[in-house]
Design a protein around this ligand. Structure first.
Ligand SMILES: [Zn+2]
Length: 380
């Protein structure tokens, strides 16, 4: 497996910025500190932690995160205006993302300006940030819908003014992985000496796939959020991107994945957005097996139907007894309850399990099974 050091991949987790920007989500300072600590503990290299220009309270929160003295670099989000960057400087962070609208649709219909105005904004804001010794990511908002020539021109200008990287944002989540790959490859080729970062949204369910495509095309930095929290349908999920890098791409990003479930639950609770049990990688039932053939296969050898060991992310394998169960899993479950049925009884009991599960529209708990067994033996 290629290590992150070989490719130099850096995860910039933005749960505390884009994640908190989710409509209706607010983190307390204590929650922000707990999330930042855990992100740091698992080895995330960079944490986007807020928007200081929002005001005193946000600035105080960012300062409190700076005071934690984490290994991860903290970075703040800024509009391309000097006052925003001043607010960031006041918090003590050493890195900033300076965001510019780069698509014509945003330049014309949001800013009501032209491309020359955006280039000028870049020069002033980036110049100010570099004068103050900040590490700078130049963020291209709506870059996925922008003219690629203009994006390349902005990148070249940013590079010449000392920018450290360029964030390519699929702000509306409209790209597919093939187009993402093509666009990032083209920008890599045109401005090879400026690192690229991918910031992808999940409006079409492709945030993780697009993040991976961007990395495969040469982006070194990737924006993620825990549980894929974020504006509208959310961002690329940290846990999905990391596990996809490891298991689909053979790249180890150097993150301790064993605490992913703990991290996911923490953010789920703090954001009041409980994690669906079928959520990829960290969902409670992401490793639950019910179907007879699958459960039988897993009991024989977990690798038959598990792409990776659930313990790798802090989950446990579950065997669910329900409508689709087969005799192998049922026997396994009953054995755990110290019950052994004769072979003829087993088939009859299986039929009753299916019937009960159908009636209840859910799998059967151990209590349900014992109850059903009691009924069976009563009847006998
Ligand atoms: Zn975003």
């Amino acid at each position: 497996m290629v290590t992150s050091e070989d490719r130099g991949i850096v995860i910039d987790d933005t749960t505390l910025r884009d994640g908190e920007q989710t409509a209706g989500v607010v983190f307390s300072l204590e929650e922000k500190q707990a999330i930042a600590r855990l992100l740091d503990a698992v080895g995330v290299q960079e944490i986007e932690c807020g928007i200081p220009a929002m005001g005193q309270e946000e600035q105080a929160a960012v300062r409190a995160l700076v005071d934690l003295g984490l290994n991860a670099r903290l970075i703040t989000w800024n509009r391309a205006v000097v006052s925003d960057i001043r607010a960031s400087l006041a918090t003590g962070v050493t890195a900033v993302d300076i965001s510019l609208s780069v698509s014509d649709i945003h330049i014309v219909h949001k800013l009501r300006k032209d491309r020359a105005y955006v280039l000028e904004q870049l020069k002033v804001a980036l110049g100010f940030a570099k004068e103050h010794g900040l590490y700078v990511s130049v963020g291209g908002e709506d870059a996925s819908r922008a003219d690629l020539d203009f994006v390349a021109e902005l990148m070249a200008t940013a590079r010449s003014l000392g920018a450290d990287r360029f964030r390519f944002c699929d702000t509306l989540g409209l790209l597919d992985p093939f187009t993402t790959f093509d666009k990032i490859s083209a920008l890599r080729a045109r401005v090879p000496d400026l690192d690229l970062e991918v910031h992808t949204h999940n409006d079409l369910g492709m945030a993780t796939a697009n993040a991976i495509a961007g990395i495969r095309a040469g982006a070194r930095f990737v924006n993620t959020t825990v549980n894929g929290l974020g504006e509208r349908a959310g961002n690329a999920a940290l846990e999905e991107v990391v596990m996809a890098l490891k298991h689909a791409c053979g790249i180890d990003p150097g993150v301790d994945t064993r605490r992913f479930v703990e991290l996911s639950r923490l953010v789920g609770q703090a954001s009041c957005r409980p994690v669906p049990e079928w959520k990829a990688v960290v969902g409670e039932r992401a490793f639950a097996h019910e179907a007879g053939l699958h459960a039988d296969g897993v009991l024989k050898h977990p690798g038959n139907y598990e792409g990776f060991d659930p313990a790798e992310v802090g989950l446990e394998r579950q065997f669910v007894i329900g409508k689709h169960s087969g005799s192998h899993a049922l026997r396994h479950r009953l054995a755990a309850l110290d019950i052994v049925l004769a072979q003829g009884d087993e088939q009859r009991f299986m039929a009753r399990v299916r019937c009960r599960s159908q009636d209840l529209k859910r799998p059967l708990s151990d209590g349900d099974l014992l109850e059903l067994l009691a009924e069976k033996f009563d009847a006998a």
